[in-house]
Design a protein around this ligand. Structure first.
Ligand SMILES: NC(=O)c1ccc[n+]([C@@H]2O[C@H](COP(=O)([O-])OP(=O)(O)OC[C@H]3O[C@@H](n4cnc5c(N)ncnc54)[C@H](OP(=O)(O)O)[C@@H]3O)[C@@H](O)[C@H]2O)c1
Length: 320
């Protein structure tokens, strides 16, 4: 396919790049000479982020339009997601690496207009990114293949120490299938963890679907570490947000700055040692084991199919 400007640089598209880890990762990729597409939901924040990336990567203002792009759409609105895809396709540039990084951690049970099967945290953190990704896979194929990275979290795993968790039963199910809407029980922390488990289910099912893809597309997921200085906990009381960066290093071993975490975003996308991986979970810069529940492929495929139905991708479903 002939791309605009005979595009020769590799292109990375990062969702949630207007803030936090996504913005830090966009800077790293731009510094590594990638064309960087920053996706976010606020035009104002994106404009500032694009400028921050330009400055961090020492890109001349005259070159900025060709090297750093922004894409504005809202993951809580599937029509907006489809418009975001169309806008990206209209740029007519390749897509080599897609990092599904955007995410929310909410304190109230809400729904988006597209679904009452999944509550909002799962919609924004898994269903909408799934739609975005599936619609971009053809462009990745036209680009000669590529890498899809999905940002999950260690919180998906009840066996790994979560010092602030209210529930201590490490063997409990994080996400029973009859409670995807939170109608039986809803808690912000639990549903954040559930959405990150759903991210792993999606990663493993999609990796399986793309196993023999030609050109090759791989799918892997990772936890970026605990990075309390981002805006993720923005809905929580300010006092908690204030003390979290001080307390977390005392409770957790993998507390990082956004810049340090962003090095992993770059490594998982570009380091040759990860090049052939498909269907893996990374943590602390290497492969790691995700929870037992994340490897329940019946649940994984069931939730994947429900997400396809919720986003109008009925023909993308898999046999369970
Ligand atoms: N920070 C941690 O300790 C940690 C640990 C494990 C995993 N993670 C994961 O890392 C990822 C990035 O988190 P972060 O800590 O960098 O959080 P953050 O600072 O809050 O950044 C989240 C990004 O997602 C965007 N976003 C939120 N809702 C959106 C929506 N409806 N539509 C489009 N974009 C939306 C935000 O846009 P706005 O700027 O407009 O709000 C922002 O750019 C998340 O998936 C999170 O679950 C974080």
């Amino acid at each position: 396919m002939a791309f605009t400007h005979n595009h020769t640089r590799k292109v990375v598209l990062i969702t949630g790049a207007s803030d936090g880890l996504g913005l830090a990762a966009a800077k790293k990729y731009a510094q590594a000479d990638f064309t960087t597409v920053l996706a976010g939901r606020s035009k104002e924040k994106l404009a500032k982020a694009v400028e921050a990336v330009r400055v961090a990567a020492n890109i001349k203002e005259s070159q900025a339009d060709l090297k750093v792009y922004s894409l504005c759409f809202d993951l809580s609105d599937l029509d907006s997601v489809r418009r975001g895809v169309a806008e990206f396709l209209n740029l007519n540039i390749p897509l080599n690496i897609l990092i599904n990084n955007a995410g929310i951690f909410t304190t109230t049970r809400e729904f988006t207009k597209a679904s009452n099967i999944f509550e909002k945290t799962i919609m924004v953190n898994m269903v909408a990114p799934l739609l975005f990704t599936e619609l971009l896979i053809p462009r990745m194929k036209e680009s000669g293949g590529g890498k899809i990275l999905i940002v999950s979290s260690n919180t998906h795993n009840p066996e790994q120490a979560v010092p602030l968790s209210k529930k201590k039963d490490t063997k409990r199910l994080i996400l029973p299938l009859d409670n995807l809407d939170g109608s039986k029980e809803w808690d912000g922390q639990d549903f954040y963890a559930a959405s990150k488990l759903a991210d792993l289910w999606w990663a493993y099912v999609l990796a399986d679907k793309l196993t023999n893809s030609e050109p090759r597309i791989t799918v892997n997921a990772f936890c970026p570490g605990a990075v309390p200085s981002t805006s993720l906990a923005r809905e929580f009381p300010w006092i908690l947000r204030k003390i979290a960066p001080m307390i977390f290093p005392l409770l957790l071993s993998n507390v990082l700055t956004p810049e340090k975490a962003a090095e992993q975003y770059l490594a998982y996308g570009t380091d040759p040692k990860f090049a052939l991986d498909n269907g893996f979970y990374y943590q602390r810069g290497s492969k790691d084991k995700s929870s037992d529940e994340s490897h329940d492929m019946v649940k994984a495929k069931t939730v994947y199919n429900l997400a396809c139905q919720a986003s109008g991708l009925n023909d993308h479903q898999v046999a369970v």
